[in-house]
Design a protein around this ligand. Sequence first.
Ligand SMILES: Nc1ncnc2c1ncn2[C@@H]1O[C@H](COP(=O)(O)OP(=O)(O)OP(=O)(O)O)[C@@H](O)[C@H]1O
Ligand SMILES: [Mg+2]
Length: 263
Amino acid sequence: MSDTPKIAISNQKGGVGKTTVAINVAGALNTCDHDVLFVDLDPQGNATEGLGLEEEYEAQPPTLFDVLTDHEAREDVDSLIVSHPEMDVLPSNIDMTSIEPELTMAMRGRERLGQVFDALDADYDVILIDCPPYLGNLTDNALLAAENVLIPALAESTSKRALEILFDQMEVLEAEYDTQVRDLGVVANRVETTNEAKTMLAWFDEAFSDVPVWEIRKRVTLQRAFSAGCSIFELEEDCDMTAQFLAIAEELERQLGLVEVTA
Ligand SMILES: Nc1ncnc2c1ncn2[C@@H]1O[C@H](COP(=O)(O)OP(=O)(O)OP(=O)(O)O)[C@@H](O)[C@H]1O
Ligand SMILES: [Mg+2]
């Protein structure tokens, strides 16, 4: 599994749309015929509950907590994966709320997720990781295991500082682990027709001139899909953002080589 492309959907700022973007990018990739593994690395378990897996969130060990903290439990990872109509899900669990100090104490505590992926038997075309809203061991694990990041951000001026801090952390990891974390693009999310949004979209385009910047508008359909436990691709309701999420999926296919290009 180590050569399966992986993407961390990350921004330590809370409520910017990581989970919404992750679920709908998964739905778009599924629409493009890719087998997706969705990993909910957030102890809040929003994606896990949103995808209808409340029982898994409350489940007794072994859970994601155990496979990340205990070498012997790591091989159990396949048994934790649950199937959803659009993707397979490695759910979060309430035990994850106490994992940060455990990972700090653990040997190679920021490489555990990568080790878990190495232990996976099941095959996927791509793995998406929904990150928690803070920088810490879990986010470091996601960035190091994926080596690719997709960054949702609100079109608000406070996003500038949040992105600066995220890129600083990526540089620290790159230096410490002799690796590269590739920025696949920025998803400007929940965009409204305000002057601040317009100014920020121009800033994103300039600051991220070498990667794509997508625009996802504020849409209640995205909230309705979340409440229905699926992406907008499964919801029986038209949404003008499907084209945007498909464009993201197609660009990810291109950047990560998910499609065989014939010469
Ligand atoms: N484009 C959008 N249009 C309308 N509502 C949205 C949009 N994107 C996200 N939301 C809503 O905003 C809220 C926060 O979104 P979401 O949970 O995806 O953010 P998050 O970054 O994952 O949050 P957290 O940091 O807590 O993990 C949710 O209620 C979600 O339904
Ligand atoms: Mg979230």
